[in-house]
Design a protein around this ligand. Structure first.
Ligand code: B12
Ligand code: SF4
Length: 491
């Protein structure tokens, strides 16, 4: 059977705000996970429109499309196109689960929730010529899942080809989050067996890993055993976790020992009223600064996530949030305009209050205001959000923030990581165009090298780097961190 798997790009791919690097980070892991259930005899073509031009002139028997909110309209167009050519088209993913009636208009079969149970079920029915219209996931387990078909991923097109998820969902219930809607009807947080997770890690070449789990420290027993198993594997990795999990017990020390070098942390807001509005109880009365200090003491860089536009926000929220980030040496900040995704409690609340302004899903990209605001006008919110990004990533603030670390090595790493991410756009574009993005991985690995927790001034400008000619062939060189600084200043 000829199978086509597609991750469509979002509409923004054609806008002047498109940052190709942001969408060339991670490969389509969800589709590669599903591909593992196909037969070795099936001819599979997996295309990710974020990094390649789609070939739409082929004639597959089965087309599998993953739908996020901001790629939904494009996904539907592609689905209609293939259906008109006689292919059987199936749609799944977060947006299909939130709005099944909308998606069903463009598909032969739709899938609600994760695919590990329903997709193999569908394949059996499809081969028997009895496919159903809707499959809804009820059994939630990751035990015995087949190894992800990473061979279908065009590794050289991604900065971070080694993305991995070892859990699904999250133990918390923030009301703006996709999670409860997507996992409705079954467990909303579950993990792989530790040994399976370790085997999956072992299969990945190179050193660097990016855990895309919503909350890598969400199950303390699992994470503790995972980090024990990872010690000595010589990995460096990045992941995400909540403020309370950083403050509790010694899990974060174990993570650092296993190679954790940067963490995405959902601070979201400093206002208790906003936290209550979001049902983000786990952040209430938690000392954010203590969490930051703990991470820094372990040499872990921080990507802070902040939401603007909750009902208790006022005009000063943007300035306060940027200043806090700079003062506390947050390496990168991800700001969001509050976005009520359909299916979430937030969407339902806003809808019942008549506050939803548009159902154009292209605008639900966390950069636009799609609901009636309270203390801020929509214009103030949008302008404040744009200002916050510009201000936080100004050279002077990147520099000031870097200098707020105690160790020299952490200062340089912070400067390189933050500046590199936001200020080297032409270089990233060039690397993407020439399909050389993956060659930057050794630089990323070097920036994620260990910082001595003592805070002693151990840094000189040389950070050991592993350069790989090919995946299996490594040589150690010294990467001069300061050599990139002139480039940064030119920008
Ligand atoms: C990595 C990631 C990205 C990456 C890359 C995505 C990629 N290449 O797959 C990048 C950086 C590009 C990205 C960008 C954005 N993202 Co994003 N991202 C994620 C993240 C962290 C992990 C995705 C992942 O790999 N999951 C693991 C795999 C195994 O699961 P999966 O992809 O969901 O696939 C499973 C099921 O969904 C299902 N399935 C999926 N498709 C199909 C199809 C069929 C036919 C079947 C049967 C099953 C099926 O089966 C799979 C196995 O169970 C998620 C959070 C999360 N935990 O999911 C957010 C998330 C998906 N992103 C989100 C958002 C909002 C965005 C942006 C709009 C952000 C922005 N402001 O620009 C953009 C838009 C992207 C787009 N194309 O539209 C939201 C989506 C909300 C929504 N309701 O759609 C999420 C949920 C984050 C959040 N908590 O809010 N993202
Ligand atoms: S902690 Fe994060 S992943 Fe978990 S429910 Fe809240 S926003 Fe979602």
């Amino acid at each position: 059977m000829k199978v086509k798997m597609i991750l469509p790009a979002l509409a923004e791919a054609e806008s002047p705000f498109w940052r190709p690097i942001k969408y060339s980070l991670f490969p389509p892991l969800g589709l590669a996970t599903l591909a593992a259930y196909l037969s070795p005899d099936d001819e599979i073509d997996l295309q990710d429109q974020h990094v390649e031009e789609l070939n739409l002139q082929d004639s597959p028997d089965l087309v599998i499309i993953q739908v996020y909110i901001t790629n939904a309209y494009r996904a539907y167009q592609i689905a209609d196109h293939y259906r008109s050519r006689g292919a059987y088209v199936i749609l799944g993913g977060l947006h299909v689960t939130s709005l099944p009636e909308e998606a069903a208009l463009h598909a032969d079969t739709i899938f609600l929730g994760p695919g590990e149970e329903t997709f193999p079920q569908f394949l059996r029915d499809f081969r028997n010529k009895t496919p159903r219209k809707v499959y809804s996931s009820a059994i939630r387990t990751l035990s015995g899942i087949p190894p992800i078909r990473r061979d279908l991923i065009k590794r050289e097109r991604y900065l971070v080809p080694n993305s991995i998820v070892v859990t699904r969902g999250c133990p918390h219930h923030c009301n703006f989050c996709y999670k409860d809607a997507f996992f409705e009807g079954g467990k909303t947080f579950y993990t792989q067996a530790v040994d399976d997770a370790l085997s999956e890690i072992d299969r990945l070449p190179g050193r660097h890993l990016y855990f895309l789990d919503d909350h890598l420290l969400g199950n303390a027993k699992f994470s503790s055993q995972l980090f024990d198993g990872m010690r000595g594997m010589n990995r460096v990795f990045q992941g995400a976790a909540t403020v309370d999990s950083i403050l509790r017990g010694n899990l974060i020390e174990k993570a650092a020992d296993a190679g954790l070098r940067s963490l995405f942390v959902g601070f979201e807001t400093f206002s208790p009223a906003n936290l209550r509005q979001s049902n983000k109880k786990q952040n209430l009365e938690k000392d954010y600064i203590r969490a930051v200090s703990r991470l820094h003491a372990l040499g872990i860089m921080i990507n802070g996530s902040f939401v603007f536009g909750l009902d208790d926000d006022d005009k000063d929220v943007f300035k306060r949030t940027v200043e806090w980030g700079v003062k506390n040496a947050i390496t990168t900040s991800t700001y969001h305009v509050l976005t009520p995704y359909p299916g979430t409690k937030l969407f339902k609340d806003m809808e019942s209050q008549g506050r939803i302004l548009t159902r154009n899903w292209d605008l639900y990209d966390t950069r636009q205001v799609v609901y009636k605001t309270k203390n801020l006008t929509a214009e103030e919110l949008k302008n404040g959000y744009d200002w916050a990004y510009k201000e936080f990533y100004s050279w002077s603030n990147i520099f000031r923030s870097s200098m707020n670390h105690t160790s020299h090595k952490h200062k340089v790493k912070h400067f390189m990581y933050s500046g590199g991410w936001k200020k080297f756009e032409p270089l990233w574009n060039f690397l993407i165009k020439t399909k050389n993005l993956n060659n930057m991985l050794p630089v990323l690995e070097s920036i994620l090298s260990k910082v001595k927790p003592s805070g002693k001034a151990t840094m000189d400008s040389e950070i050991p780097v592993t350069v790989h000619d090919s995946e299996k062939n490594y040589k150690h060189v010294n990467f001069d961190a300061t050599s990139l600084l002139p480039l940064a200043i030119l920008n």
